[in-house]
Structures are given as C-alpha cells and as structure tokens.
Design a protein around this ligand. Sequence first.
Ligand code: HPA
Length: 316
Amino acid sequence: MSTATSPSSSSLCSGGICWVTMHTKGSPCCCSFDDYKLTTEWLLNQTAHRPKVAVICGSGLGLLADRATNKQTFRYQDIPNFPISTVPGHEGCLVFGLFGETPCVFMKGHFHLYEGYSLCQVTFPVRIFKLMGVESVLVINACGGLCSDFQVGDIMIIKDHINLPGFAGQHPLCGPNDERFGIRFPCMSDAYSKDLRALVGQVGQELGVRDLIREGVYCMVSGPNFETVAEARMLMVLGCDSVGMSMVPEVTVAKHCGLRVLGLSLVTNKVSLDYSREEKPNHDEVLEICEMRAEVLQKLITRLISRCQQQNINTH
Ligand code: HPA
C-alpha cells in the first residue's frame, strides 16, 4: 500500500491482510474488526500520545494542525491499512500533538467517495480514533453556500445534515453491523453536539468573529462535479443551506460509535442558482478561501478545544 495513489484491489493489501477478501455477501464493508485493531495497535505502539479529540481537516485546512505542540506525524502511506489521499490540498498525514493541554490527533486530508474509496475506507480512521480512546470528533470541510444570507468566507456550524448518497444506499453503516462499535439502527437526529455548537458561538463572540459564524443544514453529494443549477435549486427546496462532498460518512460512523461530534463547514463559494450567473466554482478558489480563513479557524479551534477541556465537555 505504500506507493499506491489511488484505490485498487492490489493497493488494499497490507501486512498480509487483504481488504478485498473481507467482503461478505455483496456487503460494501471491506474492513473487519481485526483490521481496525491492527491499525490501532500499530499506532498505539508508535506513539505515546493518547488523543481525546480528533480533528478531521478537509481541503486546504490541514494548516489547523500547525498550532499543536509536541507533534508526531505519520504519513498515511506508512500506517497499515490506511487509505491515501489523492486530492490536491490534502497532505495525507496524521498529526498527534497537544492543543493547550488536550491531546489531539489531526487528519491532514481525508477520503472521499469520488476518489473511488468505499465508505468503509472513507470512515476507517474514525473507528481507529474510537479504539484509541478519542471522545470527540471535530470535522471541518469546505462547502458551497446555498442560503442567500451566506457569504464566501463564512463558517457554518452544522446543525443537521442530509445524507444524499445514503438515500441511494451509499451508506457507511450498510452491511453487517458490528455491535462492538454501535447498534444496528442508530439515531441521527442529534448527531451534532448541542453543547459544542453553542460553544462555537460563544468562542466566536469572544474572538470578535461572531459575524462570520452561521448555522445550518449541510447536504452531502458524492461529487466530483460541482452542482448543476437544477440540482442546486432542488437542494434549496429540500432545506439545505450548504452543500459539500464529504463529512457525512465520518459523522455518521462517529455518532454510531458514541463519539461527540462537531461539524464546521467553510463557505468557499456561492452555489449557482441562476443560469445567468457568470462566476463558476472551482477547486483553486476553494483552496484560496481555506487559506484566507485558516488563521481564524485555527484561533477558533484552539480556544474551542481548551474550553472543552475546562468545561469537561469532552467526557461523557
Ligand atoms: N459544491 C459541492 N462541494 C463543494 C462546493 C460546492 O459548491 N464548494 C466546496 N465544496
């Protein structure tokens, strides 16, 4: 797996374990509990860090890890069973470190359906974090703004989501349920922690960036194309405030295994709802806006994590 840049049967074999042989009866699940255990034990043997918070950083947002101290970094290709990022702007490494006094792990780059990964692979790291003792997951990505009030550069706290691929059976919990992680029919109506959402508002106020912070419903699409005008209009009718190509599988698996979840989405472009609109979204613009907001996000997250520790929000 060390030199693979995109998923294929051969790239999924590592350390004597072949993911593709682990399919059960047409199930999309390609990882067994032993796979998760092997990777967890490998990491626990390689690092003395015992993270309580995991931060999953999307396109261009890996900079968020830079503020951590006492860092230890692992490239995805060196971690047994780990998929490898193929998207520009996704560095592809796990960074363990301290944010203030809180032990954290950062994913610099994550995995997407559009890269050809199964949802089992996309969400693989989340279960590793759970087995390592993580209690809270913070997922940050880029999105297109649908809500007319949203501006480019706004930070949307995710209140709820629509799992559009999930409606069509592309769901990370399809297949046999492993009770060691969670129940067969998990509740998703409270996927995003109310306490953490409230805390983002407070922290934003203290930092003088409250005006940038919004709250809304995020819709996941598989991508990789940006939406057509008709699709964007449909999403508006469905009640979505923003749209993006990631996050929901990780959040779903995190909630399934009892992790506390916060989702933040940076509005990197306005989605075209009008055929006469000249501006077209593109990935360079997405990366540019991420870079522009990296410092604000870094400050927000640093303070958020230290507040969580003070208020003991991490612990269940
Ligand atoms: N659509 C889908 N995903 C995105 C967008 C968008 O407009 N912007 C950033 N990620």
